[in-house]
Design a protein around this ligand. Structure first.
Ligand SMILES: Cc1cc2nc3c(=O)[nH]c(=O)nc-3n(C[C@H](O)[C@H](O)[C@H](O)COP(=O)(O)O)c2cc1C
Length: 317
């Protein structure tokens, strides 16, 4: 079967504009930004922003953060009344200290009883599939423990495991542990997706070949580089991959900014600041990037930002 290519959940990154541009360029599925189950129970401008979606933003899933099965169930029920979701994912991967302190995210890797209860509660009470995002371990590589955690997820009703090939202690750096992902894939009956360092079509192929996974999550590799989805698909099908030229980059960036302009509910200055951040993703590694960043920080309007992007010439690359 053809491996599935999804956009990974990324808090602060995968908003509606990012999802729409990724879908346009081949992402088969996207997640809303991570939702804290406690906060999801309340109506707030932030929640409305996080839940913002449109018809063409489909198929779509949500990822819940939490440690209390009944709060997570209440949050999930509320969510399902607000947004059409294909499945609901449980975050057992976030390495942030403030999250771990509350027993959520990657702390669940150390407390598999709670993880099991959360999965059981959600999978037995909700009509949509429940999935789990795991890391390969908390502190250090331990394949036996990793497989055991994945099996607990499967036995309690998870339909898919998304597994990030780094431990929580590694954060986002260091070698990707393909071996643990492979052993998890070989040990489970449910689907297993691999995550970690999918920065190029070649690395996507490596993840698929080394682990036998059913699909991959593209994360940082899509920031300022959403054409990676089509390139991965082409590469896996033996077709040539096209490197995006500066005019193509500029065209896609402007489309991305237009989505932000249309959909992002932020104050004018915060919105412009966010657009500047997104612009820098696209110009990362480009000649004279620090000077461009300086100029982007000073723009006073959307039009001024577009002018600056239009002025960026090929020869200065
Ligand atoms: C800015 C940022 C935010 C992220 N937020 C989440 C999140 O909310 N939930 C989650 O499961 N993983 C999150 N991740 C992890 C990614 O989904 C992915 O597993 C990880 O970045 C590894 O993929 P990569 O090496 O290809 O970037 C985040 C990663 C980044 C860089």
């Amino acid at each position: 079967m053809k491996p599935k290519i999804y956009l990974a959940p990324m808090a602060g990154v995968t908003d509606l504009s990012f999802r729409l541009i990724s879908r346009k360029l081949g992402a088969a599925h996207c997640f809303l930004e991570m939702l804290d189950s406690n906060a999801t129970l309340y109506d707030s401008p932030r929640n409305r922003r996080l839940l913002k979606t449109v018809k063409k933003d489909s198929p779509l899933s949500a990822q819940l953060l939490g440690a209390d099965p009944s709060i997570m169930l209440a949050a999930a029920e509320k969510l399902l009344n607000l947004v059409p979701l294909s499945f609901l994912d449980i975050n057992s991967a976030c390495p942030a200290k403030k999250v771990i302190k509350k027993g959520a995210g990657s702390a669940l890797l150390k407390n598999t009883d709670t993880l099991a209860k959360i999965i059981k509660t959600l999978s037995s009470n909700l009509k949509i599939p429940i999935t789990v995002k795991l890391r390969v371990g908390f502190n250090k590589k331990n394949i036996k423990e990793c497989v055991n955690t994945a099996k607990i997820c499967q036995d309690n009703g998870a339909s898919t495991i998304f597994i990030y090939g780094r431990t929580a202690s590694q954060g986002y750096r260091g070698d990707v542990d393909y071996e643990s992902i492979k052993v998890v894939k070989d040990s489970l009956k449910i689907s297993v997706f691999g995550s970690g360092n999918i920065f190029t079509p070649q690395l996507a192929k490596k993840m698929i070949e080394e682990t036998g996974c059913d699909g991959i999550l593209v994360a940082r590799g899509a920031q300022g580089n959403p054409w990676i989805f089509k390139n991965i698909e082409n590469y896996l099908n033996g077709k040539p991959i096209k490197l995006a030229t500066l005019p193509t980059k500029k065209k896609i960036l402007k489309q991305h900014l237009a989505y932000i302009k249309k959909y992002k509910e932020l104050s004018a200055s915060n919105k412009l600041g966010f657009m500047g951040k997104v612009t820098m993703w696209y110009f990362k590694g480009i000649y004279n990037a620090p000077r461009i960043r300086e100029r982007i920080c000073k723009v006073k309007s959307y039009e001024e930002l577009l002018n600056l992007i239009n002025q960026k010439k090929e020869k200065t690359q």
